[in-house]
Design a protein around this ligand. Structure first.
Ligand SMILES: NC(=O)N[C@@H](CC(=O)O)C(=O)O
Ligand SMILES: [Zn+2]
Ligand SMILES: [Zn+2]
Length: 345
């Protein structure tokens, strides 16, 4: 196959930051994706509908002319998010989910939830109104090994949460383990997961062999090969529970290439090409459209996009770096390397 045409995909997990960084990264996603679920972990976080609506305006202002890209906003759940905020969010028609960050789990999560039981009344309102809860599924206890934090989260947090709120729509974000893939596969239809391109393509050896490669460092951290294989099997299974979420997470080059480098992989410039590479490796290019373009909107109760994109088999080299905020540069994942698929302009 030398070309594939798909319903235009959406990105169900994306970080766009704010200010000059926002302006630098929006075009990369807008040229590929119809819509994206916009993560609320700004500094300070997006905790109210009012903040989400003004952030949405800033994203639209950064969108290149002629592109119809639509940001789908989210709220950042805190221990104190009132149930009324959920009602305002749903009434706005612009806020499509609420994000749960366990406090301290990842980039800009200091205002996150210390114990999800504190949020039960608010989450009950979400279940009643059908607003999905998006979960960064890692425990934060210092004594739990970083490679085990997702699997432990399932037992300690995810299962009890779903027992208390059995009808809550939950997206287990950026899953990285066979455990999470199996959990989601056997869960009822109100539980789904996003999977990043980098977790489909890479394991922890890519990050740690022959030198420490900070651009592969993200959270949840890359796991061993058997987990990557389980994720690839889930993504290519044809199950509507697994869909595209890049978790493209921009950080300036200097903040990644550092003695204490930030977590996050910047994949937006070649997102759909990276997914196509992974699906082709699995011999499942025919399953890409469901994963990338159908199952996400179906889960969120939104229409599928009405237009298409075409990927052509054409070798091209990802740039070594790209312009970023304040005169800094940003290094995309697989910078300087060749890709075999290219989005047709
Ligand atoms: N994935 C990451 O490693 N980083 C994300 C936060 C997140 O999604 O956990 C970021 O905002 O930089
Ligand atoms: Zn996360
Ligand atoms: Zn993320």
């Amino acid at each position: 196959m030398n070309a594939i045409t798909l319903t235009r995909p959406d990105d169900w997990h994306l970080h766009l930051r704010d200010g000059e960084a926002l302006e630098a990264v929006v075009p990369a996603t807008a040229r590929q994706m119809g819509r994206a679920i916009i993560m609320p972990n700004l500094k300070p976080p997006v905790t109210t509908t009012e903040q989400a609506l003004s952030y949405r305006e800033r994203i639209l202002a950064a969108r290149p002319q002629g592109l119809a890209f639509e940001p789908l906003m989210t709220l950042y759940l805190t221990d104190n998010t009132p149930a009324e905020e959920i009602e305002r969010a749903v009434a706005s028609g612009r806020v499509h989910a609420v994000k749960l960050y366990p406090a301290g789990a990842t980039t800009n999560s200091d205002s996150g939830v210390t114990d999800v039981a504190h949020c039960d009344a608010t989450i009950a309102t979400m279940a009643r109104l059908g607003l999905p809860l998006l979960v960064h599924g890692e425990v934060t206890d210092a004594e739990i090994d970083i490679f085990d934090r997702e699997a432990v989260f399932i037992e300690r947090v995810m299962k009890p949460l779903l027992e208390r709120h059995p009808t809550l729509k939950v997206v287990f974000e950026h899953i990285t383990t066979a455990d999470a893939a199996a959990f989601v596969a056997q869960a009822p239809a109100n539980v789904a997961a996003t999977i990043t391109a980098h977790h489909l393509l890479f394991n922890r050896n890519h990050m740690l062999t022959g030198g420490i490669r900070p651009h592969y460092y993200c959270l949840p951290i890359l796991k061993r090969e058997r987990h990557r294989e389980a994720l690839l099997a889930a993504a290519t299974s044809g199950s509507g529970k697994f869909f595209l979420g890049t978790d493209s997470a921009p950080h300036a080059q200097g903040d990644k290439e550092s003695a204490c480098g930030c977590a996050g992989a910047y994949t937006a410039p070649a997102a759909i090409e990276l997914y196509a590479t992974a699906f082709e490796q699995a011999g499942a290019l025919d399953r890409l459209e469901g994963f990338a373009s159908h199952f996400g909107p179906d889960f969120y109760g939104l229409p599928r996009n009405g237009d298409t994109i075409t990927l052509v088999r054409e070798e091209w080299r990802l740039p070594d770096s790209l312009p970023y905020a304040g005169g800094q540069r940003i290094v995309p994942l697989k910078a300087g390397e060749m890709l075999a698929w290219k989005l047709q302009a």
